[in-house]
Structure formats: structure tokens, C-alpha cells
Design a protein around this ligand. Structure first.
Ligand code: ZN
Length: 265
């Protein structure tokens, strides 16, 4: 179910963020979505996805006594954009109007969380699932950062939205980056390499036996350094190498795993 869980307290020590990264085990979906597929758009049966999400939330509620009331899970319709939505605005209601416990916030690839006890998730299968937590203001963001998002600087744009809306300072931000495809597996073509500046290419593209491998982790590390993010932690796992994760690059038609987060007080 969960491959990693954590709690980061805020500076006042009267709250913080609880988060958990899922793997592909302990769900009900059939191949090729076996078994804990948490995304509706993959082609999996919606009723089974709802059952998987309910199971995952049940497990999430047991992580911390302050999570016991976690319900009404919010998620985005992710489109590889750099749009950051605010949870609470433009709510589209439950999934297809059927499940009142699920909130689709519409098309976005980052979601700003400002209310406690409102769990949210970002879905991935090779893209980087990222949590930003502002320890001074007890607000957070969930980010879907694949190649398009990283190249489009979605983390910088999300931080800017946090700064504008909540007064966030980068130095107060803790970032957690879950499993994603790493440079061991992420072969790219010439056309992708050309999108980077020559200096960036040298630093973030590895040449192995005449093939190019993109290092999204080092691109993100450089961006975090540049932004002055206070502290960050990468889960040292490649979604494409490790079979406990869904991987779009490895499997094509497959499920999605999730980084789930909830502010608590
Ligand atoms: Zn790998």
C-alpha cells in the first residue's frame, strides 16, 4: 500500500503535514492495472478505482490520529501543464457526480492546499510526485512534475503562487519528491535534448553508448537550489526500475500511484 510515509511539523509545532506515497500493491484492479490503480483516466473500471481509493484512504486515516477524519479526497485532472489550482476554488464536484467523497478540482498539475483535514493526491507513473510544505504558514502544494512540468518550471510557478497567496518564503519550504523515472531509464531523443540550453544539456543529460538519458532529478535539484528551497528529500527509487511502482515507460497501458498529503492542526 504505502512505500513511504512522513509527518513534517510546522514551526509553531501545532500542526504540519502528513503524507504517504503508494505503490501498486493491495488494490483490486485486474492486469494491466494491478492492483492499486488510483486513476480513473487509465481505462480501468471506475468502480474498482473508487474501491481502491476508499481502501487507500482507510489506510491513510490510520497513519496519524489527526488523520482519522480524512475524507473528501481532492485530485486534479492532470494535463502536463504548469497550472497551479487552489483547493477550494472552481471545484467541479465529485467524480462524474457519483462519488461525493471525491473532489475533482479540474485541469491542473499543481494544487495549493490551505485548509487542514482536506486530503489531496497527485497521480503518477514515472513523473515526479512532489510535496511542498511551508513550515511557517502551514500550507502545502502537490505537484505533478514530468518532463513538460520540469522544463516549464512548474515548481517555481507553484512556489510563486504560494508566495502570492500565503506569503511563503522559499527558505521555509520542505520538499519531498517521490519515486519517478531516473536517469538510469529515461532515454530521450535529440529533440528533447535540444530543448535545454547547452550548459543544462551538459549537466542534466548523460551520454551512454551513443544514447541520451535525461536526469530530471538533477534538473529539480538545480531548480530548488536556485529558488532557495529550505530542505528537500528525494526518495531514492526509480519507478521504471522498481516493479512495485506503475511505470508508463516500462509498461505503456498501466495504473497510477499517488502521493497523498493532508495538512493537520
Ligand atoms: Zn531506472
Amino acid at each position: 500500500m504505502f512505500v513511504h510515509t512522513g509527518f513534517i511539523p510546522n514551526v509553531a509545532n501545532n500542526g504540519g503535514v502528513v503524507f504517504a506515497l503508494t505503490n501498486r500493491y493491495d488494490g483490486y484492479s485486474q492486469p494491466p492495472y494491478d492492483s492499486l490503480n488510483l486513476a480513473f483516466h487509465t481505462g480501468d473500471e471506475s468502480a474498482v478505482v473508487e474501491r481502491n481509493i476508499a481502501c487507500m484512504l482507510e489506510a491513510f486515516r490510520t497513519l496519524d490520529p489527526r488523520c482519522a477524519n480524512a475524507q473528501n479526497l481532492a485530485y486534479m485532472t492532470q494535463i502536463h501543464s504548469t497550472h497551479c489550482a487552489l483547493l477550494g476554488e472552481n471545484l467541479c464536484g465529485g467524480y462524474a457526480g457519483q462519488n461525493p467523497n471525491l473532489i475533482n478540482v479540474g485541469e491542473a498539475d499543481a494544487l495549493l492546499l490551505t485548509h487542514t483535514h482536506a486530503p489531496s493526491m497527485v497521480l503518477v507513473a514515472d513523473c515526479n510526485p512532489i510535496l511542498f510544505f511551508d513550515r511557517a504558514h502551514n500550507v502545502a502544494a502537490l505537484i505533478h512534475a514530468g518532463r513538460a512540468g520540469v522544463f516549464g518550471r512548474i515548481c517555481s510557478l507553484t512556489l510563486a503562487r504560494m508566495q502570492k497567496h500565503c506569503g511563503t518564503h522559499a527558505s521555509d519550504v520542505y520538499a519531498f519528491i517521490g519515486a519517478g523515472i531516473r536517469k538510469c531509464c529515461y532515454e530521450v531523443g535529440d529533440e528533447v535534448c535540444k530543448k535545454l540550453e547547452p550548459k543544462e544539456r551538459e549537466r542534466h543529460i548523460e551520454l551512454r553508448a551513443g544514447r541520451y538519458f535525461l536526469d530530471l532529478e538533477s534538473l529539480l535539484r538545480a531548480e530548488f537550489e536556485n529558488l532557495g528551497i529550505g530542505e528537500w528529500e528525494f526518495l531514492p527509487k526509480c519507478s521504471c526500475c522498481e516493479r512495485e511502482f506503475f511505470s508508463y515507460r516500462r509498461d505503456g497501458v498501466t495504473g497510477r500511484f499517488a502521493l497523498v498529503a493532508m495538512l493537520v492542526d
